[in-house]
Design a protein around this ligand. Sequence first.
Ligand SMILES: [Cu+2]
Length: 155
Amino acid sequence: MFFVPASDGTRMRRLSSWLGRLTLVVLPVLFLVGCSETDTVSRAPHTVVRISERDFRILVEPDRIPAGDVELVVRNQGPDTHEPIMVRSSRSQPPLRRDGLTVDEDALHEVGAAEGVDPHGVRRVRLHLATGRYELFCNMAGHFMAGMHGELVVD
Ligand SMILES: [Cu+2]
């Protein structure tokens, strides 16, 4: 019969607790490295626009940029999944679908989208934007009405 002496069990517990602590230290470091790397992913000349999503608003920074190549860095900081869509801005309020909860994207001039950005997820969308006004909104049911929209002006 084989049995593990008590001291080995203790050693294993100590090892696993040490590994647990190491994971706690290493993971945030990897996360930070990952973030800083993703912010400098491409060296091609383009304007980076940070789009931060929370429940329920969208922050666009900067909200005024020159025309040309653009990289939208969409960061979901809320607990819900979001689906930001960028359209050419019109003077009127975007039309709603029959459900009354989502915007009728098909009736708009969509220029880009990041579908289903999970909580704490980051999505990058490369676009070439001409001069004009663009509207960003989340088209998950009810999110637009709850305030998830923002504007980007391209000069
Ligand atoms: Cu949303």
